[in-house]
Design a protein around this ligand. Sequence first.
Ligand code: URA
Length: 244
Amino acid sequence: MPAIPTLSLERILHTQGFGSRRACRQMIRDGRVRVGEAVIDNPLCELPPAELAFTVDGQHWRYRERAYVMLHKPPGFECSRAPRQHAGVLDLLPAQLRQRGVQPVGRLDVDTTGLLLLTDDGTFLHRLTSPRYALPKVYEVTTRHALTQEQLRALRLGVVLRDDPEPVSASVCEQVSGHLLRLTITQGRYHQVRRMIAAAGNRVEALARVSVGGLRLPADLPVGAWRWLGPDELARLRPASSRE
Ligand code: URA
């Protein structure tokens, strides 16, 4: 039978974002780490990491080789790693996720709300944001002026943005009510939805992303809250993230 791979507890904590090897070693020696009911104070204790559940200072964690999370982005947060004028979305995550280098998968504008995925898996991030994979993203757009049939037609057929003569179109464009539109796009240009709506002759008052690649923002995830993606949710994104 093949041996089950193990890692030292010190290394496990380090990979999960609990700080330097040295800091993790000290944390363990100080008796702050439990596996099940038992305090393990030997940093070199070898454990199989897969599915390992542990607590640090009473807080529950599970080993994850890679981090895949969703955040219900509130307005007023920047998606960049070095935000300039507002708080950053990474500030809404625990320090352990920031420490392990989690980054947003694509960006939402400061005032845009809704579903934001974050990961420390570079390949996954690249594939989900690459134009080659044309991942569909669904936005709910509240417009300043009542929508007209002409505007809907323009969005479906394609509008020209200032920096590119090639028209961009919505793959789905459904009017929900007088000022509310559900728009699906597969590109990810800068301010794309706002610029498309402006090019069609209207203006965005509020913008919320409700789904990415078939993964919907769950109704029970409060604004500003995050959670790990479940296996089914990841599987839903996998076709885009694993296509060669
Ligand atoms: N399009 C925009 O204009 N803004 C966003 O945040 C996302 C898509």
